[in-house]
Design a protein around this ligand. Structure first.
Ligand SMILES: *Cc1c(COP(=O)(O)O)cnc(C)c1O
Length: 869
C-alpha cells in the first residue's frame, strides 16, 4: 500500500507530503514504545479516554518513523516544522482510518478468512481451530484475544497473501453498531458462533438485540458458512430468521442440525463423542481429552469444522488427542508454608474456571487442593444454575477446600453443596485412579468457607491456615485477588530466571534499526531460545513480525509448531530420519552435504513420485543450502558448487530452495576481519554461481549478531540475529544500546557464622581464615546451571547490591557465598546470580567461557517468569 494513496483511501487530506514520494506502508504503529522497524512504518495517532497518540509523535519521529495519520483537529507537538521529511495525512477519525486500512489490506487476500464470535470461549475456540487446522493450512490468527475495534484491524493487517493460506480472527463487541465495523474489516468467509451469554450486557437493550448485533459479523455477500451449536434455541432461530448459511451441530436432536453428537463420559478426563451427519449419515466415534463441560463444548466446535471439511476420522482423532489447553495468564508461584499458588486473577468465567481447574488437577503435588474463587462473571448463567455447574466442577478436579469470596457466591452455598453430594455419588461409581488425579473415594469431602468481599477475607487471613497445599486463586479482575496472591506468596523463594519481554522487544527494535531497507530478519531460537524459553520468545517474535525463526533440531521446531507458531522455521541440524516430520510440520531443513541432499531427495520422491501433479506448497517446505566459507564445520565447499548447482537445477521445479547461507567464524573479532572479508567474498562467488544455476534469486544470508553491526554492507537479503536479541553485546558497539533480557535470581536458604579456622563445603575446599565469617547458603547449584567453575572465589553474586564471592565448591543444588561484609543479609533474601547489575560477559570471563554458555546452561528445572513493564 502506498502512502500517497492514503488521502483518497481514508477520506482525509495530505497535510505534508512524504520526502520519499513512493513510500510504502508495511507496518502499523500505535505505540512508539512498541514500534517495529521504522522503515515503511505508519504511525496512527489514536485517541482514547486516557490516551492521546498525538503526544508520542516526537518519539516515533525520533525512532525513524516518517509516515503519520493524525486527527484533523489535533495540535501536533512542535508543529509540522518539527517533522521534516515526514508525510502526514489528516483524517476525521484515526481509529476509522486504522480500520479502513485493515479492510483494504484484507481485500488483497483471496484465501478463506474465519471469524469467531460469541460471548464465551472465543479465544479458546480460535486457538483450538488453529491447532486443528494447523496441519493443512498456514494460519494468520489474532494474537491472544485481540478482538476489539483496535485489536481486529491490527490482527488482520498481519494477513499476508504470500505466506498465509487462511486467516482466523476473533471479534468481540460491547456496544451496538460495533460489529458492522469488525465485519467490514474481517470480511469473513466462514465463521463460528460460540455461545450466547450475558457478558458485557450493559451495552445492549436485550438479549435478542445483542445476538442480532453479533450475527451481523456473518452477513457479508462473501460469507459461506456459519458453524454454531443448534441447541441454543435463540441462536438457531436467529440464524434461520436472517437466512444465514448455518451449519448447526446438536447434542440434543435440535431440528435442522447438520451434525448430531452423542456425548458420554469415557473415564476420568475424557469424553466419548459419537458423530453422525444429519439423522442418517454414517457414524464416527471420537474421544476428547477433556471432561469439563466448557472444554467439551469448545472442542465440539472444532470437531464440527473438521468433519465438515471432510478430514478423515482417524486423522481427526489424532488431532483432537493433541489439543493443548490454552494457557490464559495462569502463573505458578511458590506460596508460604510449603504451598504452591496458581495465580489466575485476571478474569473469571465458567470456561476459564474449568481450564484453571484442569491445570490444578494436573499438579502432581500431594496435599490439599484449595480453590479461592470470586463470584463467577460473564458466563451467560446466573444464580443457582451457574453455581450448580461450579459445584459440579470441584470434585472432578480434586478440589478439597473452597474459599468463596463475593456476595453472589456466598449466597449460593447450599446450591454448591447439593451439587457436591450429587457429583460425589457419580464419582464413586466411576472411580478409577489416574496419574493426574487423586482417587476420590467415598470419604471425599470439601471444606468450605465464604466471605462477602476480598477485604473481609484479608482482614481475617492468617497465612499459616494455608499450609502444604496447592492453591488456585481464581478471581474476576474487579475483586482484586492479586492482594490475596501477595499475602500467600512466599517471599521470593528458590531460583528463578526472569525474562523481560520488553527488553527483548527493545533489542529486536535496536537491531531492526541497523538493517538496510528490505533486509529480512531471521531470529535464532535454538537451545530453548538461548535459555529464555522457546515458545514465549517465539510467540513474541511472531507478534513483532520477525520473518523467520531458526532452531537447531527438528524436535524444537515441532514443539513450536504444536504450540501454534506459524512463522517459517529453519532447522539447522536436520537428521535424515526426521525429514518426514519436517515436511509434516512445514519446517525448512538446512542442507549442508550431498549425502543429506540425496537423502532428502529420496524421501521427497517417496512422498511425491515424479509426476507433473503440482505439490501443495504447505507439504513441500523449501530448503536452505549451507556453504562452508571458512568455519570448517558444516556446509558445501567451493569445489562442490558446480555439481550442487547442477543437482538443484535438475530438481528445481519440485525442490524449492528458499535460501543460501554461510556462517562467519569470527565476525566479532577485528583481528580476523581480513578472514571475515574473505569468507564474505567466497560466499558471494559461491551463492552467485548457485543462483545462476537455479535461474532465480533466493535469500542469501551470512551475518550473526556481531556481523549485523560490524559488516552492515554484507546484510544481503536476510540476517540471523542471535545473542544480541538476548541482550549480550557481541560486537562491542552496543554496550549501552542493548538491555539485558534475563536475570537469574536465587535466595539465601541459611546464614551461618563460622569461627576462625572452619572450612566450608565438599572437599573442604573453602579454606579456613583467621577471622570469623558469615557464610550464606544459596539455593542454586550446578544442576541449575550455576557453573562449577565458579567455585572458590571465581564467582560472585549480588546481595543487597553488594558483591559476595563464592566460598568452597559449587554443589549440585546449592553453593555458599561469603556475606561477612554485608551485615544486612538475612535468610530469605534475594541473591542476583546474573542480570543488569552483574553482566554475563564479565562473569563468563572470570571462568574462561562466553556469555552464550552461561545463558544456555540455565537448566530447564529453573522456573522462567516472563515479565513486561
Ligand atoms: C547461532 C547461530 C547464529 C546466531 O549467532 P549469534 O552470535 O548468537 O548472533 C547465526 N547463524 C547460525 C548458523 C547459528 O548457528
Amino acid at each position: 500500500m502506498l502512502f500517497a494513496d492514503l488521502p483518497v483511501l481514508l477520506g482525509g487530506h495530505l497535510l505534508q507530503a512524504a520526502a520519499e514520494p513512493a513510500a510504502a506502508v508495511r507496518h502499523l504503529v500505535l505505540d512508539s514504545r512498541r514500534a517495529g522497524p521504522p522503515a515503511e512504518a505508519l504511525f496512527v495517532a489514536l485517541r482514547g479516554p486516557n490516551h492521546d497518540g498525538h503526544r508520542y509523535l516526537p518519539q516515533a519521529y525520533a525512532q525513524g518513523v516518517r509516515l503519520f495519520v493524525v486527527a484533523e483537529n489535533a495540535a501536533l507537538p512542535g508543529g509540522l516544522a518539527a517533522y521534516p521529511g515526514a508525510g502526514f495525512v489528516a483524517v476525521a477519525s484515526p481509529l476509522g482510518a486504522l480500520q479502513a486500512l485493515a479492510a483494504a489490506h484484507r481485500r488483497q487476500f483471496a484465501g478463506p478468512v474465519w471469524a469467531i464470535t460469541g460471548s464465551n470461549g472465543k479465544t479458546i475456540v480460535k486457538e483450538w481451530l488453529a491447532q486443528l487446522l494447523g496441519p493443512d493450512e498456514v494460519i494468520c490468527r489474532s494474537p491472544r484475544s485481540y478482538n476489539s475495534q483496535v485489536g481486529v484491524p491490527l490482527s488482520v493487517w498481519e494477513l499476508s497473501p504470500e505466506r498465509h493460506t487462511l486467516g482466523l480472527f476473533e471479534a468481540g463487541i460491547s456496544e451496538m453498531d460495533e460489529m458492522a465495523k469488525l465485519a467490514a474489516i474481517i470480511q469473513p468467509t466462514e465463521g463460528v458462533f460460540t455461545t450466547l451469554g450475558t457478558a458485557h450486557d450493559a451495552g445492549f437493550a436485550s438479549e435478542a438485540e445483542k445476538l442480532r448485533e453479533k450475527l451481523r459479523l456473518f452477513e457479508g455477500p462473501q460469507f459461506r458458512r456459519l458453524y454454531y451449536c443448534a441447541d441454543q434455541g435463540p441462536v438457531r432461530e436467529a440464524v434461520a430468521a436472517l437466512a444465514l448459511p448455518g451449519f448447526g451441530w446438536t447434542r440434543h436432536d435440535a431440528p435442522g442440525a447438520a451434525l448430531r453428537f452423542r456425548v458420554a463420559p469415557a473415564g476420568p478426563g475424557r469424553t466419548a463423542v459419537r458423530a453422525r451427519a444429519g439423522t442418517l449419515g454414517p457414524r464416527a466415534d471420537f474421544v476428547l481429552p477433556f471432561a469439563d463441560e466448557p472444554s467439551v463444548e469448545n472442542a465440539l466446535h472444532g470437531l464440527a469444522v473438521l468433519l465438515a471439511r471432510g478430514v478423515a476420522p482417524a486423522e481427526i482423532q489424532r488431532r483432537l488427542a493433541r489439543l493443548q489447553p490454552v494457557a490464559m495468564r495462569l502463573e505458578m508461584k511458590q506460596g508460604r508454608h510449603d504451598s504452591y499458588l496458581l495465580d489466575d486473577t485476571y478474569n473469571n468465567d465458567l470456561a476459564g474456571l474449568a481450564l484453571a481447574l484442569a491445570a490444578l488437577g494436573r499438579q502432581a503435588r500431594p496435599g490439599r487442593r484449595t480453590l479461592i474463587l470470586s463470584d463467577v462473571l460473564e458466563s451467560g448463567l446466573t444464580g443457582p444454575a451457574l453455581y450448580a455447574r461450579v459445584g459440579a466442577l470441584l470434585p472432578a478436579h480434586g478440589v478439597t477446600r473452597l474459599v468463596g469470596i463475593g456476595p453472589e457466591i456466598s449466597s449460593q452455598l447450599s446450591v454448591i453443596n447439593e451439587q457436591l453430594t450429587d457429583a460425589n455419588e457419580r464419582l464413586i461409581v466411576n472411580n478409577e485412579p489416574t496419574e493426574n488425579r487423586p482417587l476420590i473415594t467415598d470419604n471425599y469431602s470439601l471444606l468450605t468457607e465464604f466471605y462477602p468481599s476480598t477485604e473481609a477475607f484479608l482482614a481475617q487471613l492468617n497465612p499459616a491456615d494455608f499450609a502444604h497445599e496447592t492453591i488456585l486463586v481464581k478471581g474476576a479482575r474487579r475483586f482484586g485477588f492479586e492482594r490475596i496472591v501477595v499475602a500467600l506468596q512466599a517471599q521470593q523463594h528458590g531460583t528463578v530466571l526472569e525474562v523481560n519481554l520488553d527488553a527483548l522487544s527493545h533489542n529486536l527494535q535496536h537491531f531492526r534499526q541497523q538493517l538496510r531497507p528490505g533486509t529480512k530478519l531471521m531470529v535464532m531460537v535454538k537451545a530453548f531460545a538461548y535459555g529464555a524459553g522457546s515458545y514465549e520468545v517465539a510467540s513474541l517474535l511472531e507478534f513483532q513480525r520477525a520473518d523467520y525463526l531458526a532452531v537447531a533440531y527438528a524436535d524444537e521446531g515441532i514443539a513450536l509448531r504444536e504450540a501454534g507458531i506459524g512463522l517459517p522455521i529453519m532447522v539447522m541440524n536436520p537428521s535424515s530420519d526426521a525429514f518426514e516430520l519436517l515436511r509434516r510440520h512445514r519446517l525448512e531443513p538446512e542442507i549442508y552435504s550431498f549425502e543429506l541432499l540425496h537423502e532428502y531427495l529420496a524421501t521427497f520422491l517417496a512422498t511425491f513420485p515424479a509426476t507433473d501433479a503440482p505439490i501443495p506448497s504447505f507439504t513441500n517446505p523449501p530448503i536452505h543450502i549451507k556453504l562452508d566459507t571458512g568455519m570448517r564445520r558444516l556446509g558445501f565447499e567451493e569445489a562442490d558448487v558446480p555439481a550442487l548447482g547442477a543437482l538443484l537445477r535438475q530438481h528445481r521445479a519440485r525442490l524449492p530452495v528458499a535460501g543460501i547461507m554461510t556462517h562467519l567464524a569470527a565476525a566479532d573479532d577485528p583481528a580476523h576481519d581480513d578472514f571475515t572479508r574473505q569468507q564474505l567474498a567466497a560466499f558471494g562467488r559461491m551463492a552467485g554461481a548457485l543462483e545462476e544455476a537455479l535461474g532465480r534469486p533466493v535469500l542469501k544470508h551470512a551475518l550473526n549478531s556481531a556481523g549485523i553491526r560490524r559488516f552492515p554492507e554484507a546484510q544481503l537479503d536476510m540476517v540471523r540475529l542471535g545473542i544480541g536479541l538476548y541482550g549480550v553485546d557481541a560486537s562491542g558497539l552496543d554496550a549501552n544500546a542493548l538491555r539485558p533480557v534475563s536475570t537469574l535470581r536465587t535466595t539465601i536458604s541459611q546464614i551461618k557464622t563460622l569461627p576462625a579456622g572452619a572450612t566450608v563445603g565438599y572437599g573442604r575446599r573453602g579454606t579456613a581464615t583467621a577471622a570469623a565469617r558469615r557464610i550464606a547458603t544459596l539455593a542454586i547449584g550446578y544442576a541449575d546451571g550455576y557453573d562449577r567453575r565458579f567455585s572458590s572465589g571465581a564467582g560472585v553474586v549480588l546481595v543487597h547490591g553488594q558483591r559476595a564471592p563464592v566460598v568452597g565448591s559449587v554443589a549440585m543444588d546449592m553453593c555458599m557465598v561469603d556475606v561477612t561484609d554485608i551485615p544486612a543479609a538475612r535468610a530469605g533474601d534475594v541473591a542476583v546470580v546474573f542480570g543488569a547489575e552483574l553482566p554475563l560477559p564479565m562473569l563468563a570471563a572470570r571462568i574462561g567461557t562466553i556469555a552464550y554458555e552461561l545463558l544456555t546452561n540455565v537448566s530447564e528445572r529453573v522456573k522462567r517468569v516472563f515479565v513486561t513493564e
